[in-house]
Design a protein around this ligand. Structure first.
Ligand code: F6P
Length: 333
């Protein structure tokens, strides 16, 4: 029997952790990992605060009861962190020693780019196999149509946009609403389209601010009195306040307000879509480990579970949907 199959037969305990920015649905994913592992006779060590908890030996065995009644909650009951210590060779060595001492043989790492990068380096240095699951509201990971938490974040942003629209209408104001997404415009495009925004500014689109200006130059013809402009936080033209200032310099007669939605987009009950995605991918991650796969992240593409290497997931950029972008331009012209 090869050493590889022997490892699979002997694998008894895996670890699960959430790392990086939290996202709604992480709890549902942890639950799916623990329940799927138990189904296959594996123990699961819950590692607190991602890589930081690994370094600080902050981990405990999770039983089925520990993940009861959590799938409907936002946040992550394992907590999360962006560990600076894990970026050092010394920190990773301590983390490895703690995993060995706790008999953790493989990992499910729920998070985004930074989480996958850390998991890849950890395998290269210490041979700890892992499977990643895409937990981030930004939807910026290649290898999955949607990331866990993105759908909830879009709906949270949309709810806020709808509310701001009421007051924008009452006061005939131009609102610049900044949404999260780091350097990606997925939340901005989808929440902006669903919220009927008159303008959407995305890091992926060049000259979008100039186009917005042209649009407002022509606007008097339409006699529209209030406007919603959704700005992705990574927009190359600047943050919403800077953009509002530039806009104000050109259109001083408008009554302008800015609203930065911020971390409200990271919390809240996960939508049904996010719970289903999280459950599917938590289960898939465990089954991939059992099948002997490693150094890949799981995702759903065209309704199929797929695996993508960490390297591809990190280095390849997922494009925004050009059909939705064109649609937003047509509907707001
Ligand atoms: O990656 C998720 C995210 O919420 C980004 O949209 C945002 O840029 C960043 O995290 C904020 O990070 P922090 O909570 O560490 O300020």
């Amino acid at each position: 029997m090869s050493a590889f199959f022997l490892f699979l037969l002997l694998m008894k305990r895996i670890g699960v952790m959430t790392s990086g920015g939290d996202s709604p649905g992480m709890n549902a994913c942890i639950r799916a990992v623990v329940r799927s592992a138990a189904y296959h006779g594996l123990e699961v060590m819950g590692i607190k605060r991602g890589y930081q908890g690994m370094i600080e030996n902050d981990m405990e065995l999770l039983q089925m009861k520990d993940v009861a009644n959590i799938l409907q909650y936002g946040g992550t009951f394992l907590k999360s962190a962006r560990s600076k210590d894990f970026m050092t060779a010394q920190g990773r060595k301590i983390a490895y020693d703690n995993l060995v001492n706790n008999q953790v043989e493989a990992l499910v790492c729920i998070g985004g780019n930074g989480t996958y990068t850390g998991a890849g380096i950890f395998y290269d240095e210490f041979g700890i196999p892992s499977i990643g699951a895409p937990g981030t509201i930004d939807n910026d990971l290649f290898g999955t149509d949607f990331t866990i938490g993105y759908d909830t974040a879009v709906n949270t942003a949309l709810d806020a946009i709808d509310k701001i629209r009421d007051t924008a209408d009452s006061h005939n104001r131009v609102f610049f609403i900044e949404v999260m997404g780091r350097d990606s415009g997925f939340i901005a495009l989808n929440a902006g389209l669903a919220g009927g925004a008159e303008g959407i500014l995305l890091p992926e689109i060049m000259n979008d601010f100039d186009d917005l200006i042209k649009h407002f130059d022509n606007k008097s013809k339409r006699k529209k009195e209030f406007s919603i402009i959704v700005v992705a936080e990574g927009e190359t033209e600047g943050h919403a306040f800077q953009i509002a200032d530039k806009f104000n310099a050109l259109f001083p007669n408008n009554d302008i307000r800015v609203s930065v939605l911020g971390h409200i987009q990271r919390g809240g009950k996960p939508t049904a879509n996010d719970r289903i995605l999280a459950s599917t991918l938590g289960n898939a991650a465990v089954e991939q480990l059992i099948a002997g796969n490693k150094n890949v992240c799981v995702g759903v593409v065209n309704n199929q579970v797929v695996c993508t290497s960490y390297n591809d997931a990190i280095t390849q950029r997922k494009s925004i949907n050009p059909i939705l972008w064109n649609l937003s331009k047509i509907l707001s012209h």
